[in-house]
Design a binder for this molecule. Structure first.
Ligand code: ATP
Length: 436
């Protein structure tokens, strides 16, 4: 399996991920996405949205603000209890999450210094809204996207023609002042979540929970992650949050061990009840069929974009020996590949005649046109960013109006008429899309 250092260096070299504010020395726990990474991220979000919203009758989308009324976090319980236990080293001043140190540790694992007593550290970032900086103006950057789905439940219900059971989905940034951000983009302080809250009758939540676990696992498979890299972990009763009836994590085998990618939880009626009590607004559902009123239970699916992207990269990374050289490639699923096809004129001289083909393909596929450098180097670049197809325009192309299509994984090359390329790619790329 690829180690994080090798992967991070590939990501930097190929414009996938950069350290945030690198020229100022970086800022711990924050990452930027380069041109290639931005495309990959966008595609992950698109496939999620397509799968969770567009293809379903019973899920609608929402887009809410990062800063919400501070009472939201009182009602959700984040103000009181969204914290991690923390200790500091008195000598080197490093900070640790107490639950990540050996049990009962009193001495710093880095320098051997004495540790402070344990304190609770709230993970929410604070800011102030308005000109005054006082207790009344304190607001928080959301640590998860779902709370506004609960607080907007009534508005969505009243305007979307949805009937329980139904879901509300949202993709957006979330912020957590993690004590120990690490493992590249796995745990960062600013990240993006894709969450869906499914509202159902409390008697049915168990069944919906099972349903969503299997749907979400299928989605991870559909973006190309191998079945052997994934597993489901059911939480034991003593691990559950006090309001949760059940929780299952989808875990991925990272170089540093099996790790949570997504949490799927049966949150019972906790969320709507809390917001209803704190706001004084009833958040109930009137079922016309049974002529009864109830507070819906919620089954949540919550996954990080960045963690998913990391899993995809780890899973797709391959090193192969080809004619005594190491070939590095990302065997990305064509649905999420940042570049779907690269048009490569064999020589700079062929640039002008090959350009119209790239322009045609660009309308339909994510296309890169690259004329500079040896063809071998250009193939290497495309392999390393996971481009499924390279189209090479050579000197003979001027004569026979044909080009060579090279497949990333097998390196097999097919010669075909220029006029057939579009249809060929359509078949190969769209088939992959339908299967996902
Ligand atoms: P962890 O135990 O790893 O801190 P969590 O159980 O607190 O995660 P949730 O609150 O369930 O995480 O968040 C749902 C999802 O959001 C996670 O499964 C993960 O994919 C993503 N996520 C949470 N925290 C971070 C973070 N700091 N950086 C990147 N992604 C995150």
């Amino acid at each position: 399996m690829v180690d994080m250092e090798t992967l991070a260096s590939l990501c930097k070299r190929r414009g996938i991920i950069f350290q945030s504010s690198e020229i100022y020395g970086g800022i711990n726990g924050f990452w930027d996405y380069g041109p290639v990474g931005t495309e990959l991220r966008r595609r992950i979000k698109e496939t999620w949205w397509r799968n969770m919203v567009q293809w379903r009758e019973n899920v609608v989308g929402l887009d809410t603000t990062i800063i919400a009324h501070p009472r939201t976090w009182e009602a959700s319980g984040h103000l009181q209890s969204f914290s991690d236990p923390m200790v500091d080293c008195k000598q080197c001043k490093r900070r640790f999450r107490a639950d990540e140190l050996a049990e009962g540790a009193q001495v710093c694992p880095e320098c051997g210094g004495a540790l402070t007593a344990l304190r609770q550290f709230n993970l929410m970032f604070q800011t102030h809204v308005g000109a005054a900086v006082d207790a009344a103006s304190i607001a928080y950057l959301r640590p998860e996207t779902c709370q506004s789905i609960f607080t907007q439940f009534r508005n969505v219900l009243g305007t979307s023609r949805m009937k329980v059971p139904f879901g509300i989905a949202q993709i957006g940034k979330a912020f957590r002042n993690e004590i120990t951000p690490r493992n590249f983009i796995f745990r960062s302080r600013e990240f993006e979540q894709m969450e869906m809250e499914f509202f159902c009758h409390p008697d049915d939540s168990r069944q919906w929970h099972e349903y969503w676990v299997s749907e979400r696992l299928a989605w991870f498979r559909s973006v190309g992650i191998r079945a052997t890299s994934l597993r489901i972990r059911f939480h034991a009763a003593d691990e559950l949050a006090h309001y949760a009836k059940a929780c299952s994590d989808i875990e991925f085998e990272m170089p540093f061990g099996w790790s949570e990618m997504e949490g799927i939880a049966d949150r019972s009626t906790y969320d709507l009840t809390q917001h209803s009590t704190h706001s004084g607004t009833p958040l109930e559902y009137f079922d016309q069929e049974t002529n009864s009123r109830f507070v819906p239970a919620v089954v949540e699916t919550s996954v990080g974009v960045d963690r998913t992207l990391l899993a995809i990269l780890v899973d797709a990374y391959r090193e192969e020996e080809v004619r005594g050289e190491t070939r590095v490639l990302l065997a990305l699923h064509p649905t999420i590949a940042p570049v779907q096809v690269a048009v490569l004129p064999l020589s700079q001289k062929l640039g002008d005649v090959a350009l119209p083909l790239a322009q045609d393909l660009r309308r339909e596929f994510a296309t890169e046109f690259d004329v500079a450098g040896s063809i071998g180097r250009r193939y290497r670049r495309q392999d390393e960013i996971g481009t499924p197809f390279c189209v090479t325009y050579d000197f003979q192309s001027n004569e026979d109006h044909a080009v060579t299509v090279r497949h990333r994984d097998s390196m097999q090359q097919d010669r075909m008429a220029i006029g057939q390329v579009q249809q060929y790619l359509r078949e190969h790329l769209t088939t992959a899309l339908v299967q996902s």
